[in-house]
Design a protein around this ligand. Sequence first.
Ligand code: NAD
Length: 248
Amino acid sequence: MYQEVKQLADMLTGSSKTVALTGAGISTESGIPDFRSPGGLWSKVDPDIAFSRDTFIYRPEVFYQSGFQHLHAMTGAEPNKAHRVLARMQAVGLLHGIITQNVDSLHQKAGSTNVLELHGHLRSATCMKCSNKINWDQLVELVLGGRIPARCECRGVYKPDAVFFGDELPVDFEHSIKESRSSELMLVIGSSLEVAPANFLPQMSRRVVIINLDPTDMDGQVDLVIHGKCGEVFAALEEKLQSRGLLR
Ligand code: NAD
């Protein structure tokens, strides 16, 4: 791995604009299960039902009974080494911004700015009838108080501001296309690259590095692949960048 990390450090220093595209794998070491790994979320709930827009519209109680607890469990997590090193890389200009498929806000908690969230977030919820917004703690209070589904004063149902299957993508997706097209290097971190349209973004960047535990279908088409745990890869990268005086 050390040879690949050295190569990654060289690519980072030679790039005038680097962006990161992160997926659920970057947060597993913070205790949040990904979707597809053994023991992942898909072994616990059927996402096509629990996180489906159609089901939510006609039977919102299904989400509140089976999916909500899994989303809520993410909100107490803390950033890990990979999130923190990315934030420090951004602070010294080695990283321009982050495009994430995650809804856990861990990049922001680690101090990153310019974070584009392709699948929304869990900081708030919006009433589907009158568009009133409440923060996550207020939503939790309603749910814990037995208000299932959680409803607004107008009787509309509150939906978390995360993207469900069947939802439109937020405007951040448009911004992500621009960021990807104008980037010289994209680091794809902890993503199976099986979820569209996020998996179209890497081909818009000039050079791509994949950092992931398991192989992906795109491994053969990119400039560098590092198979390993994000925590270990980013600890090694941190050391390498520090030894070159590039990271404080
Ligand atoms: P995915 O579950 O399809 O793939 C995760 C990938 O991460 C796998 O290929 C796995 O090999 C790799 N991985 C797991 N642990 C790793 C580690 N420690 N280091 C390096 N790699 C590791 O995830 P995806 O591609 O992001 O797509 C799933 C969708 O699920 C996303 O759209 C995302 O919105 C959502 N999701 C988000 C969260 C979160 O916010 N933390 C959690 C679960 C699912």
